[in-house]
Ligand binder design. Structure first.
Ligand SMILES: *Cc1c(COP(=O)(O)O)cnc(C)c1O
Length: 348
């Protein structure tokens, strides 16, 4: 969808002001302004151009909605602050940490889990990140560092390179992961130069965030291809969102298409209890039904884990439809994807 501007030349690369949406069908500018005051509007050109009509799955993810002003939910539902020994670092699990290196993204997702702390255009002060890296250096149990944000690919190549070099210089850091939605929202940011830099920090993994098959475009496929060609295993983390991807049909198409662009579905998240996102939340049964529709019906490689990130900092807990019908008198009864029952000696 094109914003009302004079000719192609003046199309803004990113929309950050409600007035830039003036005249767009389906936009209530006064409402957008009220919401923007609380959680800012930011939509990249690439993502805006994916919108076909008001209320479609791309629109829902990007366009401020008056329902975001509801008081339901929590500012920090995952209690990331409680598990934060130093600013911008969350150490929840024994062997891995999450390091936030920026507070900004190419586009702001309206359902963002960190909507109450991101969208700050100022860079995170380098000494803050240095302190977090010092923490990792002082904790030999940390073997896996997830570089997140915000979106780490909003940093310049050289700034990101500096952070990755510091992490790679820590002997006990075995793997580094980057969490980024840039392949979806700003695919042109993924350049051969970026990939040449990243490949020097292997083993390096990238988890991206596609939520709908329409986000898989020639541009996003190219971005993922460049990363994969640099030897980076790619995973995908989707959030289950009402009206976006809450049916088995949409999710099946999404996960199958992801494999065609060399992205392995990793997680489907139940939407977190973030204040202002209640209108996106689906029932837990919806998620279980999606997994049931995938498992056995399509490539096992395409089937992600369905997880709830437990409120209050319990971490991710995977849910799956129960395959065990009964265990009785040494006989396990199982149900397969087609609904047929099979028995197997339970061994007890
Ligand atoms: C999601 C998350 C991780 C990584 O979890 P995996 O299941 O290993 O992908 C690590 N730390 C925090 C705080 C997280 O939220």
């Amino acid at each position: 969808m094109s914003v009302r501007t004079e000719g192609k030349q003046s199309k803004p690369r990113v929309v950050t002001q409600p007035a830039q949406l003036a005249g767009l069908p389906g936009v209530d500018l006064a409402e957008v302004e009220r919401v923007h005051d609380v959680f800012p509007l930011r939509i990249s050109r690439h993502y805006l151009d994916l919108i076909e009509e008001p209320g479609d799955p791309i629109w829902l993810q990007a366009m401020p909605d008056i329902r975001e002003l509801s008081d339901e939910g929590f500012a920090d539902p995952l209690a990331e602050e409680a598990d934060s020994p130093v600013p911008y670092l969350t150490h929840r699990y024994p062997d891995r940490v999450l390091l936030r290196v920026t507070d900004t993204c190419a586009s702001y997702c309206r359902f963002c889990t960190r909507r109450w702390k991101i969208a700050d255009p100022d860079p995170v002060p380098p000494e803050v990140i240095q302190t977090a890296i010092d923490y990792i250096r002082a904790h030999p149990e940390v073997r896996d560092v997830i570089v997140s944000g915000g979106d780490p690919l909003m940093l310049s190549d050289s700034r990101l390179e500096g952070i990755l070099s510091d992490l790679r210089a820590i002997p006990h850091v075995e793997i580094i992961r980057i969490g980024t939605r840039v392949p979806v929202t700003l695919p042109e940011r993924v350049t051969p130069e970026l990939c040449d830099m990243l490949r020097r920090f292997h083993p390096l993994y990238v988890n991206t965030h596609f939520n709908h098959p329409r986000e898989i475009t020639p541009e996003s496929a190219r971005a993922c291809g460049l990363l994969a060609d640099a030897g980076i295993p790619l995973g995908n983390q989707s959030v289950l969102l009402k009206g976006v991807n809450d049916t088995p049909e949409v999710m099946t198409e999404l996960v199958q298409k992801l494999l065609t662009i060399r992205v392995r579905p990793y997680y489907i998240y139940q939407a977190d209890l973030v204040r202002g996102t209640d209108h996106f939340r689906t029932s837990v049964q919806t998620g279980l039904d999606i997994i049931r529709a995938l498992r056995g019906h399509t490539s096992g490689l395409a089937v992600p884990h369905y997880v709830i990130d437990a409120p209050g900092g319990g971490g991710k807990i995977a849910l799956a439809p129960d395959a065990v019908v009964s265990i009785e008198d040494g006989v396990l009864t199982l149900v397969n994807y087609a609904g047929n029952h099979y028995t197997y000696p339970s061994g007890d």
